[in-house]
Design a binder for this molecule. Structure first.
Ligand code: TYC
Length: 109
């Protein structure tokens, strides 16, 4: 038997109280991805964006589009920072490609 096994004084039955560190798992901050209304982007384009980028079904996408249209803004989803950032970039990129002024931002929950 090696010397190390005798030098281990921390084991059970040796009279030591062994306090384990509490697992420190913090939940990551979450971000709402928010779509903003404008007067020019076609409703159908917004619905397509919501379906393709956020994986929403057509009726949910239509409901969110109409909420943005009537109230000025609406939440497309809640994600961790990098996912939210990517979604915003995808929405804005697609809007630019099609020359629509559609805007999208993120805000911490
Ligand atoms: N207000 C636009 C229109 O009347 C439709 C629209 C909806 C635009 C949602 C942007 O995020 C938006 N064509």
């Amino acid at each position: 038997m090696s010397d190390e096994s005798y030098e281990d004084g921390g084991g059970a039955g040796q009279g030591y109280a062994v306090e384990e560190a509490r697992p420190r798992l913090k939940r990551p901050p979450l971000y709402r991805v928010v779509l903003l209304n404008d007067d020019y982007t076609p409703m159908e384009f917004v619905v397509q964006v919501l379906q393709s980028i956020f994986g929403l079904d057509r009726s949910t996408a239509t409901r969110i589009m109409l909420e943005v249209h009537t109230k000025g803004k609406g939440v497309c989803g809640v994600f961790t920072y990098e996912i939210a950032e990517t979604k915003v970039a995808q929405v804005v990129g697609l809007a630019e490609q099609h020359q629509h002024p559609l805007l999208c931002t993120m805000e911490e929950t």
